[in-house]
Every structure is written in C-alpha cells, then in structure tokens.
Design a protein around this ligand. Structure first.
Ligand code: XIL
Length: 349
C-alpha cells in the first residue's frame, strides 16, 4: 500500500513494459475514444490493443436483418489506425447479445438450418470484409462450450448442430484470409472437462483443415480461482501447438473478482488482507502469462474494462461493488499494477 498510486495516464505504461512479450489491452466503448476524455488518456498511455466491450456484437451491428450499423465499428477502426493500436473484433457468433431474427423462420417457426447458416455467413462476411486489414483478430465464436464439457445447446446448435462451428471459420477466412480467427470461452482455466472439450474440438477442426488461429481464454477469474488447476488447464491448451505451432492463445477478458461466483454476500470491504490476496493473485496470473508468452504460445493479454468504476463485474452476476482491475476508481493505478509492471522486467518470472 506504500507505493505512490499515480493516475493511469501518468503511471508507467504496461503496454510498453510488456512490449516484445505480449500486447496489453482493454475492452472499451466508443465514448472512451473521445480525445478530450480521461479514458482516452488512460488508453493511449497504457494499452496497445483494444476490444469493443459491446458495440461490435451482432445485436448492435445487425439489429434487423440486412440493416447493418457500422458507425461505432468505423470509429473504433479509425481510432486504431490513427494511433497505431491493434484491434480485436468481438464477436461474430454468440448465444448472447444476438438478435432473435437470426433464429426465426416463417410464421413463428424456427429458421431452417440452411437459412440460419446463410444468415450467419452473411453477417460474418459483411463485417469481416469491411474491416479487412484493420481488425486483425476476431473472436469468431464465443462461448460455444458447456462448463461440464461438450457443446452448448444454444439456438445455433439446436438449429444447425455442430456445423455452424466450422462454417463460421470458413466464412471469416474467406472474408479476410490474413485475420487471426479465434474460438473464445470462459472457465477454460477452471473446468478440466471444458478445457478437454476445447482441445478435442480444436484438434478436430484443424484435422478438417478449418482455418482456426487459436483459442481465446476469457480469464474471468476470482480470488477463489484454483491456480494449480489454471496452470494445468492453460498449459494443456497451449500444448495444442504440437499439432500446429501457428496456433496462439490470447487472454481476452482478464479480470479478478473478489466474490466467489454466485456469492450472495453483502458488498465486501476492501481490507488489507483482500488487497494482499489480490496482489498475489495478479502476480501469479502474470507469471503464468509470461511463461506462456516465453514459450511462444501467447502474445496478447486484454483486461475486460478500463477501470473498476466501469467494470461489468459491478453488475454481474448481481449488483455489488467489485474491484477486479489494475486501475481503480478515480483512475488511480493500484499496488497490484506496480507488481505486474515489475514482473515485466523479470525474464526469470
Ligand atoms: C459483457 C459486457 O461487459 C457487458 O457490458 C454486457 O452487458 C454483457 O456482456 N463474456 C464475453 C463478453 O464474451 O462479451 C461479456 O461482456 C462478458 C462475458
């Protein structure tokens, strides 16, 4: 607690500190890109890769069939270009934040498989081709697995079966052959069954010649995350590079909640004990990320949000005050920020 807690735009830059090892980024919203804003100052200082938190999801990009809305994504793309910041596209196919028309057929019946796959391909090719060369990485598929292992029984799956998975990658690859195409999911760190399903799915897809570029580990963690299990699972996933050394992992949505998932306790007080635990957890996680980077498996780490003040975890899975990021309320970086910064210089980490 004794370190000076600078404002995010005055503090040393995490992106600079980790350059050459991995890119460091955050999920943002386009209103954060206003050059006069504090958010923008924090972004330009701290990060060299960005994801849109919500505005590139299908419900915003194609709210009605054939009606594409690109103003936010255009703004994002222009910002990346103007500042030399890499951009991630999130996301093309997900069961969440997707308009229901995708799944609807005539007269209230569900869409046929062909119709759904056509709509999916049109969405993917329209969006990906527009940002070809500008958005270099896409979370093509988001959260298609079940926590207990196996494929999630989403509307996508119920109508199209497993086929929507390879078809999504094929459509994205056709629209931008140079883009890195990821399959992104949560709890890969904490569910062995889910990690195993991911590994066999990627093996199968590569075996079928599907142009998949790697796996996104969302890394929505908590102070209760089992680190031994996390290490085991992420290294197992990183071993996929034995079948294809070009595959990459990205940490796509990193945050560390101080609540156990589903915890109904009242808001916690930020005690010195919790702070110590938080610092230790972030340090360990960055050690794991550095180890993955140093073996060539991972090159990107993105935080889910700019600061504690705006983190989605203040409202999910229930409303409570949370503290999951390295930049706190009031834009002050935390002691854990300096721990993570110091680790960057330590190749032995
Ligand atoms: C979340 C956003 O942060 C929230 O603002 C929104 O209300 C719901 O979605 N996994 C994902 C992200 O892949 O898209 C989610 O983002 C968080 C969980």
């Amino acid at each position: 607690m004794n370190e000076p807690n600078a404002l995010a735009w005055d503090a040393p830059s995490l992106a600079d500190a980790y350059r050459g090892r991995f890119r460091v980024g955050a999920a943002v919203n386009t209103w954060n890109l206003d050059p006069a804003s504090e958010a923008c100052a924090a972004i330009l200082r701290q990060f060299d890769i960005l994801t849109l938190e919500n505005e590139s999801k299908p419900m915003y990009v194609q709210p009605e069939e054939g009606h594409f809305v690109f103003d936010k994504l255009d703004r994002f793309a222009a910002f990346g270009e103007a500042h030399g910041i890499d951009l991630r596209g999130h996301t093309l196919v997900w069961h969440g934040q997707v308009p229901m028309w995708f799944f609807e057929g005539e007269g209230g019946a569900p869409a046929s498989k062909d119709r759904l796959l056509d709509r999916m391909r049109t969405h993917i090719s329209t969006v990906v081709s527009r940002y070809r060369g500008k958005i270099a990485t896409w979370d093509v598929l988001n959260e298609v697995l079940r926590d207990e292992g196996g494929l999630r029984e989403s509307q996508w799956y119920k109508i199209a079966g497993r086929d929507y998975i390879p078809e999504a990658f094929l459509a994205a690859h056709e629209a931008d052959p140079d883009a890195r195409l990821l399959i992104n999911d949560y709890n890969l760190e904490s569910s062995e069954a889910k990690a195993d399903t991911m590994i066999s799915l990627v093996e199968e897809l590569r075996g079928e010649g599907i142009p998949l570029g790697g796996v996104g580990l969302q890394m929505h963690l908590s102070l209760f995350t089992d680190l031994d299990l996390l290490r085991k699972n992420v290294h197992k996933i990183a071993d996929l590079r034995k079948i294809d050394p070009a595959l990459r992992l990205e940490a796509t949505e990193l945050d560390i909640s101080c609540y156990r998932f589903g915890d109904t306790a009242e808001d916690i007080d930020w005690t010195p004990e919790i702070e110590a635990d938080f610092r230790a957890k972030y340090t360990e996680i960055f050690r794991v990320l550095c180890a993955l980077a140093d073996e060539g498996a991972l090159d990107t780490v993105v935080f889910w949000g700019l600061s504690d003040a705006v983190s989605w975890l203040n409202g999910f899975p229930r409303r409570h005050r949370n503290y999951p990021l390295l930049i706190g309320r009031g834009w002050r970086v935390k002691p854990a920020f300096y721990d993570v910064l110091a680790l960057a210089g330590n190749k032995e980490a």
